[in-house]
Write a protein that binds this ligand. Sequence first.
Ligand code: ATP
Ligand code: PRP
Length: 232
Amino acid sequence: MPGLNFLSGNETADMKQNLTIALSKGRILKDTLPLLEAADIIPAEDIFSSRKLIFDTNHDNIKLVVIRATDVPTYVEHGGADMGVAGKDVLLEYGAKGLYEPLDLDIARCRLMVAGMKDAGEVEGRMTVATKFVNITKEFFARQGRQVDIIKLYGAMELAPIMGLADRIVDIVDTGNTLRANGLVPMEDICYVSSRLVVGKAALKMKHRQIQPIIEQLAAAVDARKERSEQI
Ligand code: ATP
Ligand code: PRP
């Protein structure tokens, strides 16, 4: 029947729209690729040994871009990519309103914490906090009615209290080894962090039929990974 043919032709075209997925380079990438593979999205070449920024996949309409973690929400919110993978820390700090967060990928798990020198006493007066998470830090202390001065750093936050730059830091803590190695201790818990799948609002509307099965396959891969790790 011509009507049915017309419908299925449209569906095929819809399923074939170009789709770009933004991946955080760095520590999240190696845990992201097996999840994508389980959703049948496989880069056409080895990402780790390439200087390329855009990668073809086993689907001629799906591309991967590999960028700094902090740039992922920007790309997805503004439509430079349709979906992405980024840490909850990065997403909270960015504060995007134009992003859906349909799936916790359960990788790169850690906590955001306030930390300070082991022997640091109470801070009298205004506290100085060094961090790369300026917005999260502002909000955390504001919610407690505490006024703090924030110093923005881009890495090695643990050094700041040692050098007398700040009373406290706000940073990622996983094993606690970096804090311990530098004579710091965790003091207050801010939130749990793991990597999330994010989808742009426009992309979810325009490419829903293409994106939904990917979300479902990734969710199944996350569950399978959890089951495997519970068995060990
Ligand atoms: P950039 O290099 O762009 O400044 P970054 O150094 O924060 O970013 P990564 O170290 O690759 O990038 O970390 C990416 C994400 O991994 C973080 O946003 C956070 O969600 C998570 N993460 C960071 N450190 C740890 C850790 N020690 N253990 C587990 N997860 C972590
Ligand atoms: C992250 C974070 C802490 C460390 C925490 O640093 O900024 O320094 O990991 O992990 P741990 O509790 O297991 O020691 P990263 O290694 O990414 O270095 P950078 O952010 O300073 O580049």
